[in-house]
Design a binder for this molecule. Structure first.
Ligand SMILES: [Fe+2]
Length: 434
């Protein structure tokens, strides 16, 4: 049944409505919602609106017929919208204001995280170029960087994997290396590895493709299938990587092993050795999963990229045999069904983009909400942990968005993550159960 206009006095609990008001003109958290209490009904009457829009497909019941609605319930006046001043309405306004305050804090925190990320990328660029040239100092520097990321991932901290505001460009290889390092260390933490192991793994992840610097760019970026000779050349990059690192004479052996084995596969069909699962190091198995995920999300031609949600589904559905199944399941568990960077439709009809997830609470990510009534800079961010009535219905391809929604959410051409202290750090006690 299509949506239709209905008089306010015909509304009742269970009816899903949309208000024909700007977001700032009413005290409700959303302009569309299901009526769940008598208080909401009385606030709706106080707003002095003549009508709301009923959305039957989301309603539990239909509005009352005109005869059924009680005359007392009908608005007696056409009070201006801002006159909704009952105690209930004031309470809602306060909640809304408090939310805006928290949003401000959240935005500041996100900006700080983004700044740290940019500094880390610049550092990665610097160390990678110098490690390639044989600089031991650069390697020590990268070790310090890994330690600082490990510190922000300590088990006692609630960390969130957060989407960064990056676009595809020349720095792509550095974003890729840092992204693989961050996600590998996050996965290692959830697997139960200690900080020392995480650091050694992080170095392997950071330098996994170091050897690509010796492979011609036309082979690395070739769109059509590689010839046998080109493929052989490409498959040498893990070996080139450990050649470069071994010259430093200070790289942990497990870091080297991870670099060398990051293209080995659990089904024995990887390279350079085609090792069976039992001979592949745990670190290499971790890096291999994250590396493939990042490559799916960030293909050389951005139009070919999968959404984060599709990438996980593809890996689980089509590529399962090449990974360690426990690690893959843990990786999916950490990122959630809708990893950061996924555009989703919510149960209240809104469209949002997942911007962060706490690996320990992946069912309740944070989302940036598309709402043309609110300037983009002040976009609402909802933490699903605090919205028991709100559910993700399904993911949406960025190409399915209209231009306005697309520009508002600006889906990143590059999906890159960094770690931030989680908004949900307060944990379960914070959560209102449905
Ligand atoms: Fe590689």
């Amino acid at each position: 049944m299509p949506e239709y206009k209905v008089a306010i006095d015909q509304l009742r609990e269970g009816v899903f409505i949309r208000l024909d008001l700007k977001w700032f003109e009413h005290p409700f958290l959303f302009s569309s919602f299901k009526i769940t209490s008598q208080e909401q009904l009385s606030i709706l009457r106080e707003l002095g609106l003549a009508q709301a829009i009923c959305i039957p497909e989301k309603s539990d019941v239909l509005p009352l017929s005109h005869q059924q609605s009680s005359p007392e319930a009908r608005p007696q006046t056409t009070t201006p919208v801002h006159a909704a001043e009952s105690a209930e309405a004031r309470k809602l306004w306060e909640v809304k204001k408090e939310r805006m305050e928290r949003l401000k804090v959240r935005r500041e925190k996100d900006e700080k995280c983004e700044k740290q990320f940019r500094e880390s990328v610049a550092e990665v660029k610097n160390v990678m170029q110098n490690v390639e040239g044989g600089s031991r100092e650069a390697f020590e520097e990268s070790d310090r960087l890994m330690q600082s990321i490990v510190a922000s991932l300590m088990p006692e901290k609630e960390s969130a994997v957060q989407l960064m505001n990056t676009t595809f460009g020349k720095e792509n290889v550095f974003f890729h290396s840092l992204n693989v390092a961050v996600l590998s260390m996050m996965l290692a933490r959830e697997y139960g590895l200690d900080s020392e192991m995480m650091r050694i793994l992080g170095l392997g992840a950071l330098f996994h493709d170091l050897g690509k610097s010796r492979v011609p760019k036309n082979i690395l970026h070739k769109a059509v299938p590689l010839t046998r000779a080109e493929r052989n050349f490409y498959q040498l990059h893990p070996r080139y990587g450990i050649d470069i690192l071994s010259r430093l004479d200070m790289v942990p052996s497990e870091t080297m092993r991870a670099v060398y084995q990051h293209h080995e596969r659990n089904d024995g069909r990887g390279f350079p050795e085609g090792l069976p699962a039992g001979k592949i190091s745990l670190f290499a198995k971790i890096i291999s999963i994250v590396n493939v995920y990042d490559n799916h999300c960030n293909r050389y031609n951005p139009q070919d990229s999968l959404t984060p949600h599709e990438a996980l589904a593809y890996m689980f559905g089509m590529q399962k045999a090449q990974f360690d199944s426990d690690l893959l399941a843990l990786f999916i568990q950490c990122l959630g069904v809708y990893p950061p960077g996924t555009i989703v439709k919510l149960s209240n009809g809104f469209i949002g983009m997942v911007i962060s997830v706490n690996p320990r609470n992946p069912l309740y990510p944070s989302l940036m909400i598309y709402n043309p009534e609110i300037p983009r800079k002040e976009a609402l961010i909802y933490d699903l942990m605090e919205e028991p009535d709100l559910k993700i219905e399904h993911s949406i391809k960025p190409s399915q968005l209209d231009q306005e929604a697309h520009d508002y959410l600006s889906p990143r051409t590059r999906v890159t993550y960094y770690v931030a202290e989680s908004e949900a750090a307060q944990g379960e006690s914070h959560r209102r159960l449905p």
